[in-house]
Design a protein. Structure first.
Length: 365
């Protein structure tokens, strides 16, 4: 009952607002017609008393001018009335969420109604684009939440299992210590996964704002190497930063180092022990290329684009054996793209793979 009453009241208010608009339009046009008629009358009065024309000629001229003024007023009223109706149609469509509405009316004149109609058309395009963006963001958020939930299920299940086994009273001290150590490793991996997923979700939601400023690229790369140095050392993998001319460019040193570190981490993870990972820098006129080459398992050409997708992991056995959530290279792409850069995968001439990162020397290029 209340819903019907609310709808009825809305319709009444809607009709009243529309009626007020018509009354205002009619009043404005009547005033315009009155002013123009008064102007014509004054003009012909002055013309009659100053030049003293033939009365018949003057009367016919005055009547013709008055008639033309009335015709002009009627045509103007009709034009503005049609424009006003078209504007109201726009507002009605926008109110229902149809921002893509484009009336078939041909707006005439340069009056305020025609100008408002043009503004409404542009506003509809802007609102439509905004709504599409909101829908896309909503879908991306739903997909992200689903993906994150899926990624957390496995480590949580492993921790639950370890906890249940530790509670088993039949375990001796040695077995209990082994399960405790395993739980510690699982907990460490879980913490790393949560941190990675946190960075991912914050980046997706634009909560992380990159702050590019001019800095030495070499310092950024050394910071990235330090992030994986211990992991590489355990596999006796040498990370070699090749010499290059000093380069200062506008970039977010922290997040760029995070991106390069993720690439290095991938190279170390999928390379056999005792191999080498090489970092090369090529400075061009407007861009800087950072290449990370390893001697690992390589990347199939069919996966060149897929490896930079969120939560994507290769299907090969060598990839599935290694731990990972499939977000490292996705973060690399996002961080670089936020700075106007890019990343792509290549196969190294002697085996292994090359990941080529590009950054503009001037932020925003």
């Amino acid at each position: 009952m209340n819903i019907h009453h609310t709808n009825d009241q809305y319709i009444v208010n809607h009709l009243k607002a529309r009626e007020r608009g018509y009354v205002w339009l009619e009043r404005e046009l009547k005033r315009t017609l009155l002013i123009s008629t008064a102007g014509i009358t004054v003009f012909f009065a002055v013309f009659f008393f100053v030049l003293k024309p033939d009365l018949m000629v003057w009367a016919v001229s005055f009547a013709a001018a008055a008639a033309l003024n009335v015709i002009w007023g009627y045509l103007n009223y009709r034009r503005e009335y049609q424009n006003y109706q078209a504007i109201y149609r726009y507002l009605e469509e926008f109110e229902t969420g149809n921002y893509g509405y484009r009336g078939s009316e041909n707006f005439t004149g340069v009056g305020i109604c025609a100008q408002l109609a043009e503004q409404l058309a542009r506003m509809g395009e802007a609102f439509g684009g905004l709504r599409r963006k909101l829908v896309e963001e909503k879908e991306n958020t739903k997909e992200l939440v689903t993906d994150i939930s899926h990624q957390l299920k496995t480590p949580v299940a492993a921790l639950e299992l370890s906890y249940e086994l530790i509670q088993d009273e039949s375990l001796d001290d040695k077995e209990r210590r082994e399960f405790l150590a395993r739980s510690g490793r699982e907990l460490k991996r879980f913490r790393q996964l949560v941190e990675t997923l946190s960075n991912l979700s914050r980046l997706e939601a634009d909560m992380i704002k990159l702050a590019p400023k001019e800095a030495d690229l070499k310092e950024t790369l050394i910071r990235a190497v330090n992030g994986v140095y211990m992991k590489a050392g355990k596999k006796e993998i040498e990370i070699e930063l090749m010499d290059f001319e000093p380069v200062r460019l506008c970039h977010d040193a922290r997040w760029t180092a995070e991106a390069v570190s993720n690439v290095l981490d991938n190279a170390v993870k999928y390379s056999p022990a005792g191999t080498r990972v090489q970092i090369r820098v090529n400075s061009m006129v407007s861009y800087v290329f950072i290449e990370v080459e390893d001697e690992g398992i390589g990347i199939p050409k069919s996966e060149y684009a897929d490896i930079f997708k969120r939560f994507y992991r290769g299907k090969r056995e060598a990839v599935e054996r290694e731990e990972g959530a499939g977000v490292g290279l996705y973060l690399v792409r996002k961080i670089l793209e936020e700075q106007g850069g890019s990343v792509r995968a290549l196969n190294a001439p002697g085996g292994g793979s090359v990941l080529q990162m590009m950054l503009p020397k001037e932020y925003g290029v």
